[in-house]
Design a protein around this ligand. Structure first.
Ligand code: PNS
Length: 163
């Protein structure tokens, strides 16, 4: 069984993430999507909400498993015997930090990182930008899957009502 992991914060999952997960799902028997928990960051969505959205939009691939993880990614990989991390590379600016993480992870445990070039359609896309545009009422319907758009619109309305 060939396994890989697509890790991230996924707050929320975007079409850019989904593109990478879909492509990984064609290369591997099982793709684990690891939602990494960062307790020092308050997300827009809870980890459970993020996982729910990812499960909904990846169910069609049939070989994607979604899990949350608190701690090192290499420990997630070791516990599940996952030899490969798949990451999207949007631009050269991503490369420096991604290379550091890939080399650190390889040094820690021998896990390999495979970089997939992001589709040019999504090379500017990040969850942070999606949240910023959505917070000011901008249209992000072409940047996130429909179920995510629905929840994002609702959450932004809740946040606006709180202020
Ligand atoms: O979606 P993000 O926030 O860009 O993803 C970054 C993430 C979560 C993949 C990265 O921060 C990570 O792997 N965190 C887990 C903790 C860890 O293993 N840190 C050491 C990295 S060398």
């Amino acid at each position: 069984m060939r396994r890989a992991v697509c890790p991230g914060s996924f707050d929320p999952i975007t079409n850019g993430h989904l593109d990478i997960i879909e492509r990984a799902s064609k290369l591997y028997d099982v793709v684990h999507v690891a939602v990494l928990i960062n307790k020092s960051k308050r997300g827009l969505f809870t980890v459970e909400e993020r996982m729910g959205m990812i499960e909904e939009v990846t169910a069609c691939y049939g070989n994607v498993q979604v899990e949350a993880h608190h701690g090192l990614l290499v420990d997630f990989c070791r516990d599940r015997e996952i030899p490969a991390i798949v990451k999207g590379l949007r631009a050269v600016s991503d490369f420096d930090y991604e290379l550091q993480m890939a080399q650190m992870n390889h040094g820690l445990s021998g896990v390999e990182t495979l970089f997939v070039p992001t589709s040019p359609t999504y090379s500017f896309l990040s969850s942070s930008l999606v949240k910023e545009v959505a917070a000011y009422g901008g249209d992000v319907g072409h940047l996130v899957p429909a179920p995510v758009l629905e929840r994002l619109t609702r959450r932004m309305a809740e946040r606006a009502a709180e202020q």
